[in-house]
Design a protein around this ligand. Structure first.
Ligand code: GDP
Ligand code: MG
Length: 163
């Protein structure tokens, strides 16, 4: 079967926007897998000839702080177990939060490769916000904008290098 790329991160960082953007670029999609509910959660994708299954881990999100922490932790744990490569999405507009730090700690303790994507870097003026995320200890962050379609190709280049 194909390698699995999981998108993890706390709610509202833009995981589904990123996932759906990749889904819409017909470059990427091969087919959808069964088991998809209201939100599309799994897709088979391909980038530069490398095939993989991508998972959006944030299909179910509950809007209270404790539960966000618990749900984010749980989803990240599942992704760590299942994934071959993890895309950890954070929000460049809000900066690092407690939930980000929790997920980062989990990801640092796995040997699975992690790509840290700082989303919502919509224009060059947002770029200084990226540097803070070096503090998560997950290597060089990559700045992206899922809504403005910026640097998604660079992100996928890095992902397939790690497959
Ligand atoms: P998820 O909970 O992590 O799946 O996040 P969503 O994909 O549902 O996005 C949460 C909110 O962030 C939505 O209002 C999106 O429109 C917004 N968003 C997502 N990506 C970007 C981005 O690149 N820039 C900006 N400014 N907003 C974004
Ligand atoms: Mg989502």
């Amino acid at each position: 079967s194909k390698p699995i790329v999981a998108i993890v991160g706390r709610p509202n960082v833009g995981k589904s926007t990123l996932f759906n953007f990749i889904a819409k670029k017909r470059v990427s999609i091969v087919e959808d897998l069964p088991g998809v509910t209201r939100d599309r959660i799994y897709m088979d994708a391909e980038w530069l000839g490398r095939e993989f299954t991508m998972i959006d881990t944030g299909g179910i999100e509950i809007e209270t702080t404790d539960r966000i922490l618990a749900a984010t932790r749980h989803q990240a744990q599942l992704a760590i177990e299942e994934a071959d490569v993890i895309i950890f999405v954070v929000d460049g507009k809000t900066g690092i939060t407690t939930a980000d730090e929790e997920v980062a700690a989990m990801l640092r303790s796995t040997r699975k490769p992690v790509v840290l994507a700082v989303n919502k870097i919509d224009s060059p003026k947002d770029e200084p916000a990226v540097y803070e995320f070096y503090n998560l200890g997950l290597g060089d962050p990559i700045a992206i904008s899922a809504t403005n379609a910026l640097s998604i190709g660079d992100l996928l280049d890095r992902v397939i290098e790690l497959l």
